[in-house]
Design a protein around this ligand. Sequence first.
Ligand code: BYC
Length: 336
Amino acid sequence: MYGNDFAPLLEQVDSAERDMQTSAEQRLDHQTEAPDHFDAIVAADQKVEPRDWMPEAYRKTLIRQIAQHAHSEIIGMQPEGNWISRAPTLKRKAILLAKVQDEAGHGLYLYAAAETLGVDREELVEMLVDGRQKYSSIFNYPTLTWADIGAIGWLVDGAAIVNQVPLCRCSYGPYARAMIRICKEESFHQRQGYEILHTLSHGTPEQKAMAQDAVDRWWYPSLAMFGPPDGDSTHSERSMAWKIKRFSNDELRQRFVDMCVQQAGVLGLRLPDPDLRWNEERRAHDYTQPDYDELMRVIKGEGPCNRQRMAHRRRAHEDGAWVREAARAYAEKQHA
Ligand code: BYC
């Protein structure tokens, strides 16, 4: 039923985990000067750890990316949260609740990974709520029908996995380790979305039309999740040299398109691109690029739901102030 599903990607996660253990056993000794040692660790595909010397720009890039990733997980709970009380059955509701809770957990692993770089989670959350840090463009689109929950699982979580599996081999140890755990959980999220769409597309004509409409609306925003095209990507070159990113935005986007084509066939749904076709020479599909001007507008705060998402996040942050105060008071009491 799952078509060409995510098993090969999960094998890559397992292989990244095994390689991480092997390289930890063979860790280079601190015999060289600090910058040389950093270069040697990266060149040997070992992990940079919080106590190691690292270039300031490497540290800042990681804070930016990991924080943006953590914020995305937390803001990403909102479009789905909209459907918890509207899920069609108790079973669907329980599954969606578990998924949204997982996303909160992913946010926490990632904030914890960012904290190893010398920033406070509180500081990062402040930067999100006052607009100095970003979150993924995808969460600024509305979830209009139940089928959108299926499309988010299949396409948004699918794109997230394709982007995140290579991050299991990121050169920064705490981020790579967080990603291994996240990818294992994320594959379940993709499957629940796929299963919702499969059920709808094999249901009544109205249900099938609802599934198709959701795929039509989520396809291009999902392609845009991979970021601007390589020529316009400001960070890719340096991030790839540091082995934070292992593939470029366009390489991962292409991988995602190729994977979705076969899965759409099994689902019995159409991808909304009349120019999508196999290119024998490239051994990959030609496809229409997403509207990158729209991506830039959404990143700048002009997407359909940016204001709503941020207002909700700020309100939740203020409403949660008493919990933070209580936790702080309890910690001080324990300490005393
Ligand atoms: N949205 O130089 P580039 C999830 C920004 S969570 C917003 O290519 P980079 C899920 C970029 O930050 C999904 N901004 O950047 C959760 C940069 O801006 P600044 C989140 C974007 O970092 C719950 C500028 O554009 N996944 O899936 O090398 C439920 C230039 O871009 C976007 C991650 O965060 C965008 N789509 O590459 C369900 C994965 N694209 O800071 C699902 C980790 C680009 O210079 N992150 N920008 O002003 C990454 O892999 C990379 O950061 C990106 C961008 C591929 C996203």
